[in-house]
Write a protein that binds this ligand. Structure first.
Ligand code: PBG
Length: 326
């Protein structure tokens, strides 16, 4: 008790503050999302996400060289295809936008970068939903075969980790099954296990050209009011063979990061989504907050909640800031 105990003693010097800090952020914790657009020939800034770009397939390698120098270990690839249809056929094309991009990265960088791919139909379907549609219903079981085929084509092209994000029941076991049958038992699955129907995704839909033409995603993504349900979702995905489980979005869902990490002790990822990034950017552009410091604090809080890895559009900025701090 006071005066013997004084909490401020450990706060008095910057070096001691560094020594006692419990959560530490490192570039090695970060995963950088990239949008590869088959319909463009030069990189184009995404209006709703200042500082983020759509890249043409042959422009990707140039951009990600830098990630290795910054110590960022992984990218998460999203594709914008030339052609879309109701069934999302181009998602499975062996010569598709993501399949070609994976090969190009692997050729240029070998094993210096972990390649993760988003496995979901919404960028490839004309209606923009994450599954096969009948009327206004998003069908679960017919979608599984598509998702599994897409994941296999990514593994064949050389992806290290496939990340199904469609919130279809059984998606992890379908993918694990087809990968194992085809000799890809070493390809990891990072499951978007607790993915919420969130309004924080709005800037992404502009970035990835994946807006839906009717309804919304609340018949497959989770209700923001539910937490116990997320524990069940994660448990099922682990039983189906997920190697890494994810919570998405990040900031409003850190209670789940904490619970999931402490309940299962599994590698846990968190996705700091487009809306979180763009809110900070917008406020910083008004001069209301210090962008770099707010980004750092946000991501540190994700580590403090228990995340092992963070998917974030701010990956490069944070890695540079961490270098500065050293
Ligand atoms: C596709 C997908 C989405 C995001 C990642 N994968 C959009 C959605 O579910 O509507 C959102 C990412 C972000 O907002 O940064 N299923």
């Amino acid at each position: 008790m006071f005066p013997i105990t004084r909490m401020r003693r450990t706060r008095a010097s910057p070096l001691i503050r560094d020594m006692i800090r419990e959560a530490v952020l490192s570039p090695r914790d970060l995963i950088y999302p990239i949008f590869v657009d088959e319909t463009i020939t030069r990189k184009r800034e995404i209006g709703s996400m200042p500082g983020q770009f759509r890249l043409p397939p042959d422009g990707v390698v140039n951009e990600i060289d830098e990630l290795c120098d910054l110590g960022i270990p992984a990218v998460l690839l999203f594709g914008i295809p030339e052609t879309k249809d109701a069934a999302g056929t181009s998602a499975l094309d062996e010569e598709g936008v993501i399949q070609r991009t994976i090969e190009a990265i692997r050729d240029a960088l070998g094993d210096r970068l972990v390649i993760i791919t988003d496995v979901c139909l919404c960028e490839y379907t004309t209606h923009g939903h994450c599954g096969i549609v009948e009327g206004e219903k998003i069908l679960n079981d017919p979608t599984l075969e598509k998702i599994a085929g897409m994941a296999l084509s990514h593994a064949r092209a050389g992806a290290d980790i496939v990340a199904p994000s469609g919130m279809m029941d059984g998606m992890v076991s379908s993918i694990r099954g087809i990968l194992d049958e085809n000799g890809y038992q070493d390809t990891l699955i990072m499951s978007y296990a607790a993915k919420y129907a969130s309004s924080f995704y709005a800037p992404f839909r502009d970035a990835a050209d994946s807006s839906y033409t009717f309804g919304d995603r609340s018949s497959y993504q989770m209700d923001p009011g539910n937490a116990d349900e997320a524990i069940r979702e994660v448990e099922l995905d682990i039983l189906e063979g997920a190697d890494i489980v994810m919570v998405k979005p990040a900031l409003s869902y850190l209670d789940l990061v904490y619970r999931i990490r402490s309940t299962f002790g599994m590698p846990t990822a968190v996705y700091s989504v487009s809306g979180e990034y763009s809110m900070v950017k917008a406020a910083a552009m008004q001069g209301w907050i210090d962008e770099t410091k707010v980004m750092y604090e946000m991501h540190l809080s994700m580590k403090r909640a228990g995340a092992d890895m963070i998917i974030t559009y701010a990956a490069k900025d944070i890695a540079r800031y961490l270098e500065e701090l050293r």
